[in-house]
Every structure is written in C-alpha cells, then in structure tokens.
Write a protein that binds this ligand. Sequence first.
Ligand SMILES: Nc1ncnc2c1ncn2[C@@H]1O[C@H](COP(=O)(O)OP(=O)(O)OP(=O)(O)O)[C@@H](O)[C@H]1O
Ligand SMILES: [Mg+2]
Length: 422
Amino acid sequence: MTESGQDDNQDVITPIISVEPVMSSDELAQLRKTNIALESRNYELRETVRQLRLQAAATESERDQYKREAKRLKGDLEQYRTPPLVIGTIEALASDERVIVRSTTGPQFLSKVSETVDPKEIIPGRQCALHPQSFVLIEVLPNKYDTLISGMEVETAPNVSYADIGGLELQKTLLREAAELPLLKPDLFAKVGIEPPKGVLLVGPPGTGKTLLAKAVSHETNAAFIRVVGSELVQKYIGEGARLVRELFALARDKAPAIIFIDEIDAIGSSRSNDAYSAGDHEVNRTLMQLLSELDGFNTRGNVKIIAATNRMDILDQALLRPGRFDRIIEFPLPDEAGRAMILAIHTKNMHLAKSVSLEKIAAETPNMNGSELMAICVEAGMNAVRNGRTRVSGEDFAKAIEAVRKGRTEKIMPLPDGMYS
Ligand SMILES: Nc1ncnc2c1ncn2[C@@H]1O[C@H](COP(=O)(O)OP(=O)(O)OP(=O)(O)O)[C@@H](O)[C@H]1O
Ligand SMILES: [Mg+2]
C-alpha cells in the first residue's frame, strides 16, 4: 500500500446529521393558525383603541359645549337677577349731565345721565329707562309713543272694500265726503271757502255696518288709519287715559294725512254727570275732556280726520255733538228690503245655492233684521246643508235658518242655571 494509497484509504468522515423535526407539520399548522388568530385579535384591539380615542374626543367636545352652555345660562340668570328698569319721561335738561325726569310712578327726579347715552337723544318728551336704585338715565327708548298707541296704527288694512257693503250708498258717499275728501283735496274746500267737517259720528243700531264701513275706508284710503276702541282709552291710573288721547292725536299729526277711528266711543263719551262718585268715573271724564280739547285744538283743514262710531247716541255727552266737534252725524238705519237683498247677495257670494233659493223672497221675510243677523242666516243655512251632507244650500235650509235666528233673538238659547246671577 502506497502512502498515497494509505492516504487514499483514509476514510472521509461525512457526518450524518439526522434532524429530528422539532414539531410535526400538524403542530406547525396549528401554530400558524394561532398566529393568525393573534394577529387578527391584535388588529381588533387596535381598532377598539382607535374608536375609543374617537369617542373620547367627541365626549370632550361635548363637555366643552356643555361648559359653554352653562356659562351662557349663568349669564342669563345674572341678567334675570338684575332688577327691572324704571320707565320715565324726560321733562327738561337741567345741565349738561343732569336731566329732570318724571317717572311713570309719579315723582320727578333730577337724574344723572349715563355716559353711554348720546346727548343728542335727550329730548324732552321722550321716554327713557332709569336705574331702579340710582335713577341714572341709562337709555332713551326708541319709540316716541306709548306702545299701546303705536300699535293702533292699522298697517295691514282689513280685507273689506266698499263692494263688500250692501246698500248704505248714501252713508258711503257722506263718509267719503267728510273724511277722505278734505284729506285728499284740501284746496277744493279752500276755494269754496268752507271749513270741512272736523269729526264724523256714525250712529245706528247694532250690526248695521258702522264698523264695517270704517274698515272699508281704511282699506281704500291712502291716508294712515289709526283705529282705537273707546274702552282701550279707559285706564287704571289717573291721567293715563288723557295722556293716551294726547299721544293718539300726536301720532296722527305725525303720520298725517291720517284718519283716527274711535269705535264704541260711548265707553268714554257718555255724558258726564255730577254724581260721578268713583275715581274711575272721574278718570273717564278726564279722558273725555282731553278728547274734547284735542278736537278743538287741531285745524279742520289740517290733515287729521276723526271718525267715531256708537250705537248709543242717546247717552253721548252733548259737548261731543256740538258743531266744531263731531259735526257730521251719519245715521245707519236698519236695512230696507232692497238693502237686505243686497246684504244677502254679498254673504251668499261664495255659497252654492239651489235654483229654488230666492234672495228677494228671503229679504221680504226678514223685516227688522240687521246686517249681522242676515249674515248669521247665511251661515246657519250653510250649516244646515253641511249637517245633511250636502254642498248645495236649499230654500228649506234658509227657511230653517231664518226661524233659528229669529228664535235666537227672542229666546235665550241656553237657559241660565237658577240663581246664577242672583
Ligand atoms: N251693509 C252690510 N253689508 C254687508 N254686511 C253687513 C252689513 N251690515 C252689517 N253686516 C254684517 O254684520 C257684521 C257686523 O257689522 P258691524 O260690525 O259693522 O256692526 P256695527 O254697526 O259696528 O254694530 P255695533 O254697533 O254693534 O258695533 C259685519 O261683519 C257684516 O258681516
Ligand atoms: Mg261696531
């Protein structure tokens, strides 16, 4: 054996590595599964964290909102706690910083003026607000007139035109002549050389269209229309009613050309009597006196006209009726047969009438009925038809309605329980 042969014979030891698999393929698959599950769980948890963070942010912003709301409510509460301001009227300027103010509760004050008030606004006669303790003038109020008075101006005219009034042709013409013409064509009166009537009084039984005609005037006229009901001028405190009358005329002069309409004037215009015992009677008398002096005070050719309505002319004070005050009296009689037919025609305008219905016949059957009763007949006849499920109103419906309205006039529909007013 050669050396080389020896070398050749040297065994090459190739190590046999037998790797025992640490885990079976099943176990490996299991592990992979667990891994996937964990990862998805991890993902889920991250998602939850993200959502919780979002929620936290939302809650925080909600909290901020509540904080702001609480602050605002606290501010409101603070405002509600401050005592109300006293209302007064500026009477005169005493010096640069001081004014004489009469508060609505009566006394006069020499008040300081707050720096926030514009000195130009301090005009005698304006309403102002005073601090309740120090009586410092804090604010000059924007409206010149009592809110009650400024609310009387009719801005949206009622939807009644002359065509909606049946008959009363003479009354319409007279009222237009006396109230509208002097406002619209004052030179005409100047040329003729007469003074137009100052005030117009509409008198007549209830329901004959006095208020209705005044509404039509307010609808048709271009002049400002100020409507007041007599009872609104009756006030609780002494002198307040007179002040309202004064402001009423001041407003009218401001808005001129204007028409003042006093409905139900008997509330303040009933005759003054010597036996007015209560303070209330005296107050009403004072209001009437102010009205009389205002009527005397303004120029007839000026552009303020006054219309009043009443159904109790008999109790009106004579002073109101003398020439120079309400010197034009327009009477509203109960409608005659032709008038009744016209009123019925107006109120049945939108009704479906059967051919057999004759308005002339109904007019003939309703002597002494006034406009409002005729309207009630039309409504009642319509109700009869509705009750029977019809849309066309028949002659019989009208006959029943006339009967019902006539009955309502003479009988009490609901008898009062015994002793109710005793
Ligand atoms: N001439 C008329 N034409 C049409 N409808 C009338 C007429 N007269 C009265 N009416 C009807 O009667 C209702 C009441 O009329 P109005 O309010 O004018 O009565 P009044 O004369 O002012 O009565 P009061 O003296 O009681 O105040 C009106 O709303 C209207 O529907
Ligand atoms: Mg009326």
